[in-house]
Design a binder for this molecule. Sequence first.
Ligand code: ZN
Length: 733
Amino acid sequence: MAVNENRPVLQFAPFQSAVDEGFWQKLSSLKLDTLGIDQSPISITGFYAPCSHAQVSNHLTLLAESLPSDPSEQLSSPVLSRGNRNRCPVPGILYNTNTLESFHAIDKQSLLKAESKKIWEDIRSGKAEEDSALLSRFLLISFADLKKWSFHYWFAFPALVLDPPATLVDLRPASQWFSVEEAESLSAACNEWRNSSSTADVPFFLVSIASNSRATIRHLRDWEVCQGDGQKVRPKSLFAFFEKFILFLFGLYDPCHLPNNPGWPLRNFLALICSRWNIEKVRFLCYRENRGFADLGLSLVGEALISVPQGRAAENGVCLGWRDPQFVPNAVGWELNRGKKVSRCITLAQSMDPTRLATTAADLNLKLMRWRALPSLNLSILSSVKCLLIGAGTLGCQVARMLMAWGVRKITLLDSGRVSMSNPLRQSLYTFDDCLNGGDLKAKAAVESLKRIFPTVEAEGVVMAIPMPGHPVPTQEEDSVLEDCKRLEDLIASHDAVFLLTDTRESRWLPTLLCANTNKIAITTALGFDSFVVMRHGAGPLGFTGDIKDEAESALSAAMGDLSQTDRDGGRRLGCYFCNDVVAPIDSTANRTLDQQCTVTRPGLAPIASALAVELLVGILHHPDGILAAGEFASDSESSEQPLGILPHQIRGSLSQFSQMTLVGHSSNSCTACCSTVVSEYRKRGMDFVLQAINHPTYLEDLTGLTELMKSASSFKLDWDYETDDDDNVVEI
Ligand SMILES: [Zn+2]
C-alpha cells in the first residue's frame, strides 16, 4: 500500500529511564568485589509497567535486583520472580567501562545495531511471540567513578525503524472507541489479565471483541487460535474475513501518558505484526491504568497503516526488503538528555551517609589491590580479625593506624598510662588537647582518635596495667593484680592476634605466656635507640586445649588451634621474644637514668617497626599454615610462593646502617615464657603460678633449668650476651 502523504506519520513517545540508587550501589560493589577490570557485558533486567497516572509516564526502571548476583553466569539473566504486575521485565545489557575515555569511545551505533538485531531475530524466529518481553530490549553503557561516587551512563531502547513509516488513521481515547458494554467487558478482561500472576507482566497481547461485546485477551502465541480454530489459512485473508464479525486489536502495556502519542514499545510490536502476520491496517490498544485498574479514558485506541518495508540498505544498489533473511532493519533509540544527544551523570556522594561513604571509600584502595596486584587478598579475614594491642604508646598508635589501613576493623588497645605533653609528637593518635588537665587515659584517647579517623572502626580501650615479673606485689594488692591477670587472660582468649608493644621486656612476659597457652598469634615489636626487632611468636608448645571459655567467639582462633594440634609435630616451633634469653625477665627500669627508662629512639624507628609488625600479621593471616608457618628468609626464593611474599620469623633492622635482615630462631626448651614446662605449670596452677613468677625473681629460672644452665656455663667462663645488657641502651632487643 502506498503511503498517503496526507496522513500524519505515527509518532511514538520515547521510553524514559530511571535508575534507583540501589542499582548504582550494587554495581559498585560488583565492580569492586567481583568484576575487577573485567569489562564483559552483563545481562541485566529493567522493569516497567503501564502508565498509571494521567500526567506522568512510567519509566523503565533499574533496581538493585536488575543486576545478577553472579555476573559470571553471563548467559542467564538475573533470577527474578515473575508475575509482578508493576515489574514487567525487559532484558537489557550493560557495558560498564573501566575509564571515562573508553565510555566515550564506545561505538554506540554498532551496539544499538547488535541489540536491535537480537530483537529482529526473535521476531523472525517466533520467539518474541512465545515471550513477548523480548520485543523490548535495552542497552546501558556506563562508567562508574568509584572514587567520586559518580556514574556516567547512557540508555538506549532499540526500536526497529519502519521504512516507510507507519501513518496514523485514527487515535482516540479507548473510551470513545467502544460501546459501553464493550468497554465494560474489555476493562474486566484487562483487569483479569493484570491480576493473574501468569499474565500480569506479559506486556503484549491480543484483544478480540466479539459481536456480543464480549472481550477476550490472549497471548501473542495464540494468534492462530484467534483466527478461528487454528486452521492453516493465509492469515491475511482470514483476518479480513473475521474483521467483519469481531473487533480485533493488538494490545500493549503503554508506559506513556500522552493523549496523542503511543509509547515506545509499540514500535517493535508493529515490526512484528508487519513482518510476521503481514497486516497492513493495524488497530492497537495502548493500555493504561489508574490506581491499578484499567482506565479506558487514559488508554488509547489507534489505527495505523503499515506496509512491508522495502529497505534501503543495499550496498550495491539492490533493494533489500524485510523478507530478505540477511536484512536487518535500521534502529534508533539512544535516549536524549534534555533534548540533547549526551550521556547522563549522577553523583551519589552527597546523598550518602558520610559514615557509610567513609566505610565504602576505606575499602576502595584495598579492593583495588585485588584487581591486579593481589587477587587473593582476603578482606573478610582482615575485617573480622580481632587485634589486641598491648601498649598504646608510640608503637601502639602506629600499629593501630596501620591495621586500619589494611582493613582491620576490630581493635582493642590496652594501656594504663595517660597522655603526657611529650607524647603527641611521636604517638600519632594523640594531640595537645589530650594532654590537658593531667592528660587523658591513653586507652580511651586512642579509641576516640581511631573513631575520628574512621567512625565505623570497632575500637575499644582497656585501662589496666600488665602484671610483671620482678615487680613484686604487696599482699594487700594481690587480689587486684590477680584480677588484672584474669582480665588479661580473658582479653587474649577473646582476640585472634596480640601485639606486644610495651616499652619494657618484663611487661611482655605474661601476654607471651598467655598467647603460647592459647595458640594466639603474638607479634612483638621492640625498639632500641636506632635498631628494632619485629617478630612473630611460634605456636604454643601444647596445642590448643579448647578450655578457654571464649573459644567459640573466635572461629579464627579455633581454626588456628586445630591447625596447631594436627601439624605441630611437623617442624620445630618458632621461638618467642624470650626464647633467646638466659635470664628471666626482671625489673628493667630499676637503677636506670631517665634516658634508659624511656625508650629513647630515633623517631623514624617506631613507624618502620610498627608497619613491619602489621605486614607480618597480614602475612600470617594469608599463609595457609597461619601461626605454624615456618620462618622464611629473604633469600628463600623457593619458599616465597605466597602472593604476599615470604613470611619471616624475625626482622631486625638498624637505622644507623639503614639495613634490615630476616632471621629464624626456634623455640627454647628452657624459655621462661613459652616452653612446655612453663605452659604446663601455668595450666596446672593458674594464677598461683603467675603470682609466684611475679614475686620471686629466680622462680622462673629455677623452673626452666636456666639456673642450672647458667651455673654450668659460668664454670666455663663463657661470655654471655646478657652480661653486657646493663650497659647497653638497646635494652629491648
Ligand atoms: Zn619462648
